[in-house]
Design a protein around this ligand. Structure first.
Ligand SMILES: [Zn+2]
Length: 322
């Protein structure tokens, strides 16, 4: 109370004999990141999308690795946990950026940049739903994720695990007690991290029936909703076109573990992953509407439904093979 977070953190660090320079200011413009030039590594521990977008851009412009970390923990009115995810994402040249991971929600970026009075008015009129939802910090979850982020720093600095195949992202589920590595395919056309020569994103090759949970086949930069939808439609149409596919189902889930046994299908493909529940719901709904009359589709309704649990959202395709 009465002290900024920066000063409190600095006091603890100085207590360990570390030299500390504080800049107690919000990160609101690209120029503000200039103070980080020359750093060996940056930890991104921000709540908002604007500073995260600035650090994302800075990482590729300045060739400084950024380790982004965060937790999502929500309970509903009855006290039931509805979201309990955590992430450590390693960003920088040669790796997918936070936009490609779906960590920069264009709608949230827009709302955060509105003048305060417009945001107030939008909130009163219901246009900026959820823009300022209180997110309780749970210290044990945060400590787990922060510890994992420091481990990734140690991996970079000491090379203790070798240099080959470092993780790009660690995804934590505290309810299931699991951590998994997730990966995006290389060669995106993202304006920040992509290879401009690579052109459109590609669909991974089809192999033997298997669960591809947690490994999205396509990744997108700051594409518009319509571009993402169009690409997902093309990807699904291509995947279900052959005679080898009997039936398919389009779904959305926070937790991909166990999805194939839930459906009794032969193969699950994760098509898209985003932190935005709204975007995932809208994509799922539009895809089901588009494919519901397809002769092989077995979604039981012409629209989406189900849980709106917080956490990384996966749009997936379940396949029954001939
Ligand atoms: Zn990117």
């Amino acid at each position: 109370m009465g002290t900024t977070k920066v000063e409190t953190a600095a006091r603890y660090a100085r207590g360990l004999g570390v030299d500390v320079r504080t800049i107690p200011r919000a990160l609101l413009r690209a120029e503000d990141a200039a103070a980080l030039n020359g750093c060996d590594v940056v930890f991104s521990c921000v709540d908002r999308h604007v500073p995260r977008a600035i650090l994302n851009r800075f990482s590729y412009d300045a060739c400084v690795p950024v380790i982004d970390l965060g937790t999502v923990f929500r309970v509903d009115a009855s006290g039931t946990v509805t979201g309990d995810g955590g992430r450590v994402v390693l960003v920088g040249p040669g790796r997918p950026c936070m936009a490609c991971w779906g960590l920069l929600d264009p709608e949230r970026l827009r709302v955060e940049q509105l003048p305060e009075e417009e945001r107030e008015r939008g909130r009163a009129e219901g246009y900026v739903l959820g823009a300022e939802l209180p997110q309780p910090a749970v210290i044990s979850f945060n400590t787990t994720v922060a510890g994992a982020a420091v481990t990734e720093l140690l991996r970079m600095v000491t090379g203790f695990a070798g240099a080959s195949d470092p993780p790009d992202r660690l995804s934590f589920s505290f309810s299931t007690g699991t951590v998994r590595r997730t990966r995006l395919p290389a060669g995106t056309s993202c304006r920040i991290c992509g290879d401009p020569q690579a052109g459109d994103t590609q669909v991974a090759s089809r192999g033997a029936p298997q669960v591809l949970a947690g490994a999205p086949e396509v990744s997108f930069g700051m594409s518009s909703f319509d571009e993402i939808l169009a690409r997902l439609k093309r990807s699904i149409a291509a995947a279900v076109a052959g005679a080898s596919v009997d039936e398919f189902y389009i779904g959305r889930s926070v937790n991909m573990e166990g999805r194939s046994s839930d459906h009794g299908c032969h193969e699950i493909r994760c098509l898209y992953e985003t932190e935005s529940v709204g975007r995932a719901l809208d994509l799922e709904d539009a895809l089901i509407k588009h494919f519901h009359n397809h002769p092989k589709n077995n979604n039981d309704q012409a629209h989406s439904g189900g849980s709106t649990a917080e956490g990384p959202q996966h749009i997936y395709l379940a396949l029954w093979l001939a």
